[in-house]
Design a protein around this ligand. Structure first.
Ligand SMILES: Nc1ncnc2c1ncn2[C@@H]1O[C@H](COP(=O)(O)OP(=O)(O)OP(=O)(O)O)[C@@H](O)[C@H]1O
Ligand SMILES: [Mg+2]
Length: 221
């Protein structure tokens, strides 16, 4: 198993926002993570990436307990994250950003080559997102966490990003992808998991999860 999460818990202001959560992801597997606002999806990513400490439970990466490791050690161990709101350095070029993480070879595959001299300050959202993704991939992750990387994109930008992301599939890379639009995740993910109030409520094949009454209730009112 690439990633195993067992009984993970975290409180904010005394309230459990990740509550006794257990799941696993295999190498090459794509898990789509859905849930209403405040369900705990980003907090789970904080716990997996090491920006937030778990208050209960364990995180195992290829069988190794990484629960006690901080952010830098987690990155070294193979967990990388692409944020929803990328904040590129205003006065560094696209090329500079990737050079910092040894990832200039990713300029072409991520469609950033023609933008290589563009300053961070001058990047639109779609381009900044591709740079954010390139930076995460440059870390050569075993587990890639994608947090709403489609949010705020136009229809055509969205489609281009989905195609780009779908092309990242590799047998040795596990992906956990948070998105509000279930249909986008259904097209790419092997499995979906619904989080609500920090708990796993539904998990299974994308088509089955999308058709689940609880998912329908949460997403379609
Ligand atoms: N640093 C924090 N301090 C206090 N409460 C927090 C903090 N971060 C998150 N929370 C709370 O924890 C809960 C889970 O938030 P989280 O951001 O993980 O949800 P989410 O599923 O990512 O939501 P969204 O779909 O809106 O991105 C929310 O109730 C939120 O208000
Ligand atoms: Mg979130």
């Amino acid at each position: 198993m690439m990633l195993q999460v067992a009984h993970l818990s975290r409180r904010h202001d005394g309230r459990l926002v990740v509550d006794d959560l257990s799941f696993a992801v295999k190498g090459g597997e794509w898990l789509g993570l859905i849930g209403p606002n405040g369900a705990g999806k980003s907090t789970l990513f904080d716990l997996l990436a090491g920006t937030l400490r778990a208050q209960g439970g364990r995180i195992l990466l290829q069988g190794r307990d990484v629960t006690g490791l901080g952010l830098v050690a987690r990155v070294r161990a193979g967990i990388a994250r692409a944020f929803q709101a990328p904040r590129p350095f205003a006065s560094l070029t696209v090329s500079d950003h990737l050079a910092l993480v040894g990832g200039t070879a990713l300029l072409r595959p991520l469609g950033l080559y023609d933008l290589r001299h563009r300053l961070g300050a001058d990047l639109g959202l779609a381009d900044a997102r591709r740079l954010e993704l390139a930076k995460a991939l440059a870390l050569r992750p075993k587990v890639l966490l994608l947090d709403e990387v489609l949010g705020g994109l136009s229809g055509s930008e969205r489609q281009a990003m989905i195609t780009l992301i779908a092309g990242l599939r590799r047998p040795d890379l596990a992906v956990i992808w948070v998105e509000h639009a279930i249909s986008d995740l259904c097209a790419v993910c092997d499995r979906l998991m619904l989080l609500d109030h920090g708990r796993k409520r539904v998990e299974g094949l994308p088509g089955l999860v999308a058709a689940d009454p609880l998912v329908q209730e949460i997403y379609l009112g």
